[in-house]
Write a protein that binds this ligand. Structure first.
Ligand SMILES: C[S@@+](CC[C@H](N)C(=O)[O-])C[C@H]1O[C@@H](n2cnc3c(N)ncnc32)[C@H](O)[C@@H]1O
Length: 293
């Protein structure tokens, strides 16, 4: 790994900007909305009658787009029931975006929000120390497991926090897509540190199987437009490239041979497809719905 390159995740403000841009360049959140609308209703209604209120826990919620989609569905399935939405998110910038989103969203009168500006590990340690093992009806970890050191322990801990008939939703990138191809080929030359790990759905599935967990899996084929990465001097393209390589200012800091190789590969069929004049990164997410039976 070249010494001058720094992990994007180490610059939390640039990371958040890059992530928001990446989301804007893809249809992942639309696909999640479809998933929430079509697949989740049945899975959520199997949580049973909830008169006392519903406890929701979002881990790594980001700016809350998907959280609020899920809250809206829970409201539709359990009309009028009080919802306590707990958010574990270490980034103050993301929490601030989330609060702005809430301010613009109607129909949240029966929802209270409890904020935990911390990592999942800090949250877990705090809960264990307090010995107050609260149970949650619905827990979700959407595209966040890359940022925990011990994925298995994290999944086991949050599974243990599920109320009877509760559901745990985990989403992350699928195997055999552009991301793992990129990590496999360039991982040793990119600034991977102890903040971000290259984990895919296959590893999570292995963990769930070894736990004997009952789950269903859905795969979402995502279109992510990375065309701007190939426009010389385009700041949007540069930020997208930072997110893809998890490197702060990759274009400026990467050695020229690495930069040229990555850009060349990103256009190849192992990493992208050319469709309607756009270069679309091969991106797929797997969503696991784990049941507490
Ligand atoms: C890729 S974003 C996903 C955000 C959101 N779930 C979504 O899909 O739109 C990952 C989020 O996890 C948060 N995060 C990073 N490290 C974390 C950790 N150790 N524990 C909990 N959340 C973390 C980041 O701040 C970021 O908001």
């Amino acid at each position: 790994m070249e010494a001058t390159m720094m992990s994007l995740f180490a610059d939390s403000s640039r990371y958040v900007d890059a992530f928001h841009l990446f989301v804007k360049s893809s249809n992942e959140h639309q696909l999640m909305q479809e998933f929430v609308d079509t697949k989740l209703p049945e899975l959520i209604s199997s949580m049973g009658l909830k008169k006392q209120g519903i406890e929701v826990l979002g881990v790594g919620s980001g700016a809350g787009e998907i959280d609020l989609q899920m809250i809206s569905l829970i409201q539709a399935v359990y009309p009028g029931v009080r919802i306590n939405n707990n958010i574990v998110e270490p980034s103050a910038k993301q929490i601030s975006c989330y609060k702005e989103r809430i301010a613009k969203t109607k129909g949240l009168d029966n929802v209270t929000f409890s904020w935990h500006e911390k990592t999942s590990h800090e949250f877990e340690s705090e809960i264990k120390e307090s010995k107050q093992l609260k149970k949650y009806d619905f827990i979700h970890m959407i595209q966040m497991l890359y940022y925990v050191k011990d994925v298995e322990a994290t999944i086991k801990f949050f599974s243990s926090c599920l109320a009877p008939k509760g559901k745990l939703i985990i989403s992350l990138v699928s195997d055999n897509t552009g991301w793992p191809n990129l990590w496999e080929k360039y991982g040793s030359r990119l600034p991977l540190n102890d903040l971000c790990f290259h984990i895919t759905a296959g590893s999570v599935q292995d963990i769930l199987n070894s736990m004997g967990a009952k789950y269903v899996r859905f795969d979402l084929q995502i279109d992510t437009n990375i065309t701007k990465c190939f426009v010389e001097g385009d700041s949007t393209g540069e930020l997208l490239l930072d997110f893809l390589t998890d490197t702060c200012e990759f274009n400026k800091c990467a050695p020229p041979d690495l930069r040229d190789q990555v850009l060349h590969d990103l256009k190849s069929s192992a990493f992208s497809v050319f469709k309607n004049g756009k270069i679309l990164f091969l991106n797929k997410a797997s969503v696991f719905v784990v049941e507490n039976s």
